[in-house]
Design a protein around this ligand. Structure first.
Ligand code: ATP
Ligand code: MG
Length: 351
């Protein structure tokens, strides 16, 4: 019997609703070609629902998705509603309740595109970001509000389990790629949590003699990311540092419309979430201008996670092929609409 994967689809708002159908069309074709089944459960958990019902998702939304195999997200949010609503009403509960403690963001200089930095002709790296602890904690507070002596305290939380598992994921990934891992640190300024991070990462590294570990201060790493992005393969970083680095690398490699992101529960005990990095882009929504590559690439990461590795590789080479032939959407200097670009990718699948 064919493998069957149940996927919760949250197309969301703005261009999310344009790039999602584009990606689903291609993934459906791949499932027919490669002999597996995809069952899409569409969820209208978007800003309209929030404005109508006062909540982005139903109270038992998490429960409704818990028997699924993956979550495929477009983009949620519109200028009319506060960021808090999409974050705390949808994205953070999903990330936390489904223990998606890895955020994985590939950056690749795609064929036909030019890096923003002169002389850089290849970028192919992965940022592994710790996704549930670290600097983004709720521990802290403010006292003496509004007075000159006001104090704000924000604690960072690093646990041995948390650092160990993200390090392990990164070493595994590096071992499957080129065997080079860079760990972001700031142990010269952040004198408790960062030396602890370094120590745990190095400890895990002792189990991976085939991987060369380099610990680099975040400031130097950022500069090297701009000047020599080709010098990286896998980068592992805390929540804050990983957040910054993944934006930095995708900016260096080109358009925001192409980058994907995965929030992973590597044990597969809960569904993982796959999405493009870009937002709902209200300025171009509804005009057929959205680049669907980020959503398609996120779809490839999802197939890979579901074990459909051949199909995953095929959709990547299909959109790379279209880009290499000089065809692209407007954001990349081309003239194709979302649908025309999608047609071109679709035609290459199963060929
Ligand atoms: P959000 O708050 O939802 O993250 P944002 O204001 O950060 O949204 P994005 O939606 O991430 O903005 O995108 C920034 C700009 O980049 C958009 O206004 C749009 O012009 C462009 N852009 C983003 N995604 C795409 C895409 N897929 N195709 C073409 N252009 C895009
Ligand atoms: Mg944004």
């Amino acid at each position: 019997m064919a493998n069957r994967h149940i996927i919760d689809v949250i197309a969301g708002d703005g261009i999310g609703r344009e790039v999602m159908p584009a990606a689903i069309r291609c993934l459906d074709k791949l499932s027919a070609v490669h002999g597996f089944e995809l069952e899409w459960r569409e969820r209208d958990w978007n800003s309209e629902r929030y404005l109508r019902d006062g909540a982005m998702m139903p109270k038992n939304g998490i429960e409704q998705m818990s028997d699924g195999d993956a979550i495929f997200l477009g983009a949620v949010g519109t200028p009319e509603i506060p960021d808090d609503v999409t974050l705390w009403g949808l994205l953070i509960p999903i990330r936390r309740d489904f223990m998606q403690y890895i955020n994985l963001r590939p950056t690749k200089l795609l064929p036909g595109l030019e890096a923003r930095v002169r002389g850089v002709d290849s970028i192919d790296l992965m940022v592994v970001r710790e996704n549930v602890e670290g600097e983004y904690s709720e521990v802290g507070g403010r006292v003496y509000r509004g007075r000159p002596e006001e104090i704000a305290i924000q604690e960072a939380i690093f646990t041995r389990t948390g650092v160990d598992r993200v390090a392990r994921f990164a070493f595994d990934l590096a071992a499957r790629r080129t065997g080079r891992l860079v760990s972001a640190t700031k142990s010269n300024g952040i004198i408790h949590s960062m030396p602890f991070w370094d120590e745990v990462v190095a400890g895990v590294g002792a189990e991976y003699p085939q991987v060369e570990l380099e610990s680099v201060l975040i400031d130097a790493l950022a500069a090297r990311g701009v000047l020599h992005p080709s010098s990286f393969d896998v980068v592992v970083a805390s929540n804050l540092f990983g957040d910054i680095l993944s934006d930095l690398f995708s900016a260096v490699a080109g358009s925001i419309g192409i980058a994907p992101s995965a929030n992973l529960n590597p044990e597969r005990e809960f569904p993982s979430l796959f999405e493009p990095v870009h937002g709902s882009a209200p300025d171009i929504a509804g005009k057929g201008l959205a680049n669907p590559v980020g959503q398609m690439w996120a779809g490839a990461m999802m197939l890979d996670h579901l074990g459909e590795t051949a199909a995953a590789a095929e959709i990547i080479s299909a959109f790379e092929g279209v880009l290499a032939s000089g065809n692209s959407t407007r954001d990349l200097g081309g003239s194709l609409s979302t649908d025309d670009f999608t047609d071109a990718v679709f035609d290459r699948l199963g060929a």
